[in-house]
Design a protein around this ligand. Structure first.
Ligand code: ADP
Ligand code: MG
Length: 356
C-alpha cells in the first residue's frame, strides 16, 4: 500500500521526455545492448524506441498494454524487484491513454514472426509482424486527446532538450549499452556502448569541451558497521523501507561502490557544472551527491572551469529508496553520509592522482 500509494498513473506521463524515460527504462530492464530513440517534432508526433532486449511473447505483449497487469511489487518488502528499473506496470497503459501506442516485439525462440499490438481510439489490435528479437514501441500524437496537457508543455525546442538530456543521462549511466537519439531523422547523440564511461561522456560532450578526463572508482565497506538496524527491527530507519525482510545477501556486498569519470574541462565557461549522477543504473538528481562530487573537485579545478563528471553509485537495493515519486528522480539512501564520503573520495583521488 505504501508503494502503491506513491503511484499515480497520470503523473508518469507529463511530457514527451517522460515517455522516453519510461520506454528507455523498459528497454534496459529487458537487457538491451542497444537502444535507439527516434523522435519527430520534439516527440509530439512520434517517439519510437527500438531495443534488442529479450522481447515479449504475444501474450505478454497484450498484457503489457493493459493496466495493472504487470505490477511486480506487492509491498515494499519485495526489495529484490527494486533492482530492476521499473516496477509499476503502469507506463505503457498510461502512455496508451494519452497517445496512439504500437508495440512490435519478438521473444527469443518464438519462430520467425513477432507480434504487433496497437492501442488507439479504435481499441486494441493484435497481429503477427516481423521483428528481430527485441521490441519497438511507437508513440504517436502524444497528448492530441489531452489539449490541456499539450498546452502545459514548453516550446518544442525546450521539450526536445529534455529528451536529449534524459537519453544522455541513461547513456552515461549505462556505458555498456549503445544509445542513439535522432530528432527529425538527424542523429543528435550516438554513444558507442563500449563499457567505458568516458566514451559515453564524449558522446555527450565533444572532446574540446570535456578536455582531459580520468576514470574514478571507490568501494566502501562490506558490512553493516555504519548504521545497520535491520534485523532487530529497531526504530532508526525510515518507516517505509524494507527493514525487517530478508537478512541475506547483504553481508558480502559492498555498501557503496562508485564508478565514473571526472573531467578537467578544456574551456572556461560561465555555464554551470555538468554533474551526471546515477544510482544503480538509474539517473537521479540529488543535491547531496552533487555537492559530494563538487567537494571532490575542491580546489583541484581552476575556478574558472566548471566540472563535467558522470558518477554512478551502486548500493544494495535494500539500502536505497529510489521510487519516492514515479516521475521524479529522487533517491533516499539509508546512509547518505557514507555514500557522499565515498563519492567525494573517488573524485578527489582520481583527480589528484591522474596525469592531467
Ligand atoms: P513496468 O516496466 O513498470 O513493469 P511498463 O508498463 O513500463 O511497466 O511495462 C509493462 C511490462 O511490459 C514490463 O514489465 C515488461 O514485462 C514488458 N515490457 C515493456 N517494454 C518492454 C521492452 N522494451 N522489452 C521487453 N519487455 C517489455
Ligand atoms: Mg516500465
Amino acid at each position: 500500500e505504501a508503494t502503491v500509494a506513491r503511484i499515480a498513473a497520470g503523473e508518469v506521463v507529463t511530457r514527451p521526455a517522460s515517455v522516453v524515460k519510461e520506454l528507455v527504462e523498459n528497454s534496459l530492464d529487458a537487457g538491451a545492448g542497444s537502444v535507439e530513440v527516434a523522435v519527430e517534432n520534439a516527440g509530439l508526433d512520434l517517439i519510437r524506441v527500438t531495443d534488442d532486449g529479450h522481447g515479449m511473447s504475444r501474450e505478454d505483449a497484450v498484457l503489457a498494454v493493459e493496466r495493472h497487469t504487470t505490477s511486480k511489487i506487492s509491498g515494499v518488502d519485495d526489495v529484490e524487484r527494486v533492482r530492476t528499473l521499473g516496477f509499476r506496470g503502469e507506463a505503457l497503459p498510461s502512455i496508451a491513454s494519452v497517445a496512439d501506442l504500437a508495440v512490435t516485439t519478438r521473444a527469443a525462440g518464438e519462430g520467425a514472426s513477432g507480434t504487433r499490438v496497437t492501442v488507439g481510439e479504435g481499441g486494441t489490435g493484435v497481429e503477427a509482424a516481423g521483428h528481430a528479437v527485441g521490441t519497438t514501441v511507437e508513440v504517436r500524437d502524444l497528448f492530441d486527446r489531452v489539449p490541456a496537457r499539450r498546452e502545459s508543455l514548453g516550446t518544442p525546442k525546450r521539450e526536445f532538450a529534455r529528451i536529449s538530456d534524459a537519453v544522455s543521462r541513461y547513456a552515461l549511466a549505462h556505458p555498456d549499452v549503445r544509445f542513439r537519439l535522432t530528432h527529425d531523422e538527424r542523429t543528435v547523440l550516438s554513444a558507442p556502448g563500449t563499457g567505458e564511461r568516458v566514451d559515453a561522456l564524449l558522446a555527450v560532450y565533444d572532446r574540446t569541451v570535456a578536455g582531459q578526463s580520468t576514470e574514478l572508482a571507490a568501494v566502501e565497506g562490506g558490512g553493516d558497521e555504519a548504521s545497520d538496524d535491520g534485523d532487530d527491527g529497531g526504530g532508526g530507519g525510515r518507516d517505509d523501507r524494507a527493514d525487517g525482510g530478508d537478512g541475506e545477501g547483504r553481508s558480502d556486498a559492498p555498501a557503496v561502490r562508485v564508478e565514473g569519470v571526472a573531467c578537467y574541462p578544456s574551456v572556461t565557461r560561465a555555464s554551470p557544472e555538468h554533474v551526471y549522477l546515477s544510482v544503480n543504473g538509474r539517473p537521479v538528481r540529488d543535491g547531496d551527491l552533487r555537492s559530494a562530487v563538487l567537494d571532490g573537485y575542491g580546489s583541484l579545478l581552476p575556478g574558472s572551469r566548471a566540472p563535467i563528471a558522470a558518477v554512478d553509485v551502486e548500493v544494495p537495493p535494500d539500502r536505497v529508496d529510489q521510487n519516492v515519486h514515479p516521475a521524479k528522480a529522487e533517491v533516499r539512501f539509508r546512509d547518505p553520509e557514507r555514500v557522499a564520503r565515498t563519492v567525494e573520495r573517488a573524485v578527489r583521488e582520481a583527480l589528484s592522482t591522474a596525469d592531467l
